[in-house]
Design a binder for this molecule. Structure first.
Ligand SMILES: [Zn+2]
Length: 74
């Protein structure tokens, strides 16, 4: 294997590693954005605490007093 081929292979490998890292962090960023935007806001009817939970849940437990609440509508 000539030095030129070795350098080319090394550069290509480095580039694909950087691309893979960038791709993964992009995916993670999008997932975080989606989770934040789809969070539901709850307000506890017992202690009036306002908190968020996953969008998929219909009822959520209050983290402070444990009472089950329905999503808070604005
Ligand atoms: Zn509560």
């Amino acid at each position: 294997m000539s030095p030129e081929t070795l350098i080319t292979c090394w550069t290509l490998g480095l580039l694909s590693a950087v691309a893979a890292i960038a791709f993964r962090s992009e995916l993670r960023r999008r997932r975080v954005d989606r989770e934040v935007s789809e969070d539901r806001i709850f307000r506890c009817v017992n202690c009036n605490l306002v908190y968020t939970d996953d969008a998929g849940v219909d009822r959520s437990r209050c983290p402070a007093c444990g009472r089950t609440n329905v999503p808070f509508e604005f």
